[in-house]
Design a protein around this ligand. Structure first.
Ligand SMILES: Nc1ncnc2c1ncn2[C@@H]1O[C@H](COP(=O)(O)OP(=O)(O)OP(=O)(O)O)[C@@H](O)[C@H]1O
Length: 265
């Protein structure tokens, strides 16, 4: 049986630079697959190809048996693949609830005229979106902050709000680009729990994250990139002991990798 998400031999070059070359892996429902690698290894570029931001120069992205390579991110979201970005995409001047509601509107294509005329169907959709948004805020631990301006939230809470908005699209595959970046230890742990809970609900999670302890703690499978190529993949324990991976992570990050391995053991 084929995997829910299959990445087949993906590659892209920018000018003469081979940013990603011949990368393949797969993800299944409930699985947390992390893509790690030193700075400039090609992680974000890979995410951009999978989520339709970049059209791959080679290879294919296959979602549930369907070739979705280079498909528009909006269409991909409708097919069940959504993502968050490294930089927060939150509307700071809107309330937390309004931000979550915005996620629901992303998946709709209600007729504009109906919206303008404020027809009963429009009002019904708006009520359903608000109810859905409130349920999501509960799920990510932000129910009590629903009416607050998003800009007043802590960084960790904003990261969870961004995940809530991506969940409004009811993804089967969720790509998280550095969900714990800029978060303290407590906030990182909250995000850990949230990611584990989302995976347990049957979503396949693809994670790019520099916090190696977090990666080692929550991943089922790790793909390691270096200079755009996959140099290793496997379970956290095996990957963190792989000499090729350790060599790629020379410096302080290598120590973090080792700590992650110890924490995982
Ligand atoms: N739009 C672009 N145009 C030209 N070069 C690019 C572009 N996007 C990425 N690159 C280059 O591709 C390589 C991979 O970059 P990428 O951002 O994917 O790495 P990364 O692993 O996500 O790095 P980091 O951990 O620092 O975020 C880098 O050499 C980068 O400079």
């Amino acid at each position: 049986m084929s995997a829910l998400l299959e990445i087949r031999n993906l590659g892209i070059s920018f000018g003469g630079l081979r940013a990603v070359h011949d990368v393949s892996f797969a993800a299944n429902p409930g699985e947390i697959v992390s893509v790690i690698g030193p700075n400039g290894a090609g992680k974000t570029t890979l995410f951009n190809m999978i989520s339709g931001v970049y059209r791959p120069g080679a290879g294919a992205v296959v979602l549930d048996g369907r070739d979705v390579t280079g498909m528009d991110p909006f269409l991909l979201a409708r097919l069940g693949l959504s993502r968050t970005f490294q930089n927060l995409q939150i509307f700071q001047n809107m309330t937390v609830l309004e931000n979550a509601v915005a996620g629901f509107h992303l998946r709709e294509s209600g007729p504009l005229l109906a919206d303008l005329l404020n027809l009963p169907s429009t009002r019904r959709r708006a009520r359903a979106a608000e109810a859905g948004a409130r349920a999501l805020l509960e799920r990510v631990g932000l129910a009590n902050a629903a009416e607050r301006e998003a800009g007043a939230l802590s960084y960790g809470a904003l990261k969870r709000l961004e995940i809530a908005r991506a969940l409004a699209l009811e993804p089967r595959v969720l790509l998280l680009d550095e969900p714990a970046a800029g978060c303290n230890a407590v906030e990182t742990e909250e995000i850990d729990h949230l990611i584990a809970e989302v995976a347990a609900s049957g979503v396949a999670i693809l994670l790019v994250e520099h916090d190696m302890k977090m990666v080692m703690r929550i991943s089922n499978h790790i793909v390691v990139l270096d200079h755009g190529e996959k140099i290793a993949e496997g379970k956290p324990e095996a990957v963190s002991r792989d000499p090729k991976v350790i060599a790629a992570y020379l410096g302080p990050d290598a120590a973090a990798l080792h700590e992650g391995e110890v924490a995982h053991a």
